[in-house]
Design a protein around this ligand. Structure first.
Ligand code: S3P
Length: 427
């Protein structure tokens, strides 16, 4: 499709779409808890709908009246073997987290997904859950999907030092640990998003977190709750950057979830000199607020270490931000970008360089030299929603012709109303 180009003066207010990570988990917790869970503001993007469908396939009654989703929880023991292989679509969160849940069942499940899922590494989940007693195998002796997960009702607890900083892996182990007999101890490589820990507590479970160490006893029974999903800072990120780099702009993003394990992009914008105001509206447990950005003069910075998991999904759009900052921005310790929906290090460098950026891909990140004007090009999302949205924001700066995006449909994975929201800002 032809992207929107050559805009100045983006102005307006956007209600940010619901958080993808929390939407996935609200269905999962609703299913494994006893009793009814209601979910308001569920994200009806392709990924979260894959999770909803997967749990329906596992025999859970889930209804959507267009406003509220109601999950009649079965508890872990009430899940039933799906009649066919479970399709996770493009969703890494669905396949990885569900592995931890299926690890404790009395049956065998098959999991498959699209072309991108078939290339995503699964050993990171397979090894710990197999150590706990499940039998999970990949396609043709590899670690890649389609996967077979043979559960056991005799899961053992685990002491596990995580080799990667990954909330998906941590969450899968926590779901298995909730079903194991005894205390599990998980030590994170770096602290990652903690929605699973929060929701274990919200659903009446018990978990102890001390720095990077997590202790959890099993088995535990959880109880259904009423969940209200906040807005997704990872979706807000695209319009935060648009407001900062497009001349004469001022954009307000409402109802953004501000869990501190997710707010690395706010720190980066502030360090780069961006004009960003925060009005907090949530409470201490569920931090949320409005973010207001204005066009800013930016400078390059270094982004590395413990902040990386706090902004891992925002790095493509942060790379675009850095193309419009004076001087060099260096992103390090972000090798996980290579195993996302696509290799995001290569995708960001290749596609933005086609448009005139000066970006050098490295083994664990990117070196971006700014400030560079961007020009017309034919680009692709590689089927990756976040690359697609980043390229649309980049296209807004282009004055000399068309920017044609291949595989634009991927955007509906996390932000189905992205183009509508963009339109509102210049009309
Ligand atoms: C997610 C964790 C992150 C993130 C993904 C969502 C989650 O993945 O990139 O979009 O909901 O737990 P990793 O755990 O692979 O870092």
């Amino acid at each position: 499709m032809d992207l929107v180009t050559n805009k100045i003066g983006l102005n307006g207010i956007i209600d940010v779409p619901s958080d993808k990570s929390i939407s996935h988990r609200s269905i999962m917790f609703g299913a494994i808890a006893q009793g009814k869970t209601t979910i308001k503001n569920f994200l009806r993007g392709d990924d979260c709908l894959s999770t909803l469908k997967a749990f329906q396939d596992l025999g859970v009654n889930i209804e959507d009246d267009g406003e509220v989703i109601t999950v009649q929880g079965t508890g872990f023991s009430g899940l039933k073997q799906a009649k066919q292989a479970i399709d996770v679509g493009n969703s890494g969160t669905t396949i990885r987290l569900i592995m931890g849940i299926l690890a404790g069942t009395s049956f065998t499940s098959q999991l498959f997904g699209d072309h991108s899922i078939a290339k995503r590494p699964m050993n990171r989940v397979m090894l710990p859950i197999n150590q706990m007693g499940a039998e999970c195998t990949g396609h043709d002796g590899t670690e890649f999907p389609p996967l077979t997960v043979k559960g056991t009702t005799n899961l053992r607890p685990i002491q596990y030092q995580m080799p990667v900083a990954s909330a998906q892996v941590k969450s899968a182990i926590l779901f298995a640990a909730l079903q194991a007999h005894g205390e599990s101890v998980i030590v994170e490589k770096e602290k990652t998003r903690d929605h699973t820990e929060d929701m274990i507590r919200q659903f009446g479970g018990d978990i102890t977190v001390s720095g990077k160490e997590i202790r959890i006893n099993g088995p535990q029974n959880l109880v259904g709750q009423d969940v209200v999903v906040p807005g997704d800072i990872s979706s807000a990120a695209f319009f935060l950057v648009a407001g900062l780099i497009i001349p004469d702009s001022r954009i307000t993003l409402n109802n953004v979830g501000l869990n501190p394990t997710r707010t690395g992009i706010i720190d980066v914008i502030q360090q780069m000199g961006g004009n960003l105001a925060i009005q907090e509206t949530g409470n201490a447990m569920n931090k949320a607020g409005s973010l207001i950005v204005e066009t800013s003069e930016l400078k390059g910075i270094e982004i590395s270490g413990e902040i990386i998991p706090r902004l891992i999904d925002e790095l493509p759009i942060i790379a675009l931000l850095a193309t419009q900052a004076e001087g060099a921005t260096t992103i390090r310790d972000a090798e996980e970008l290579k195993v996302k929906e696509t290799n995001r290090i290569d995708a960001v460098a290749t596609e933005l360089n086609k448009m005139g950026a000066d970006i050098q891909p490295t083994d664990d990140g990117l070196i971006i030299h700014g400030k560079t004007p961007l020009h017309h090009a034919k680009v692709t999302s590689y089927g990756d929603h976040r690359i697609g949205m980043m390229l649309q924001i980049a296209a807004l700066l282009v004055k000399d012709g068309a920017v044609e995006l291949d595989k634009a449909e991927a955007i509906s994975v996390s932000y189905p109303s992205f183009f509508n929201d963009l339109n509102k800002l210049y009309q």
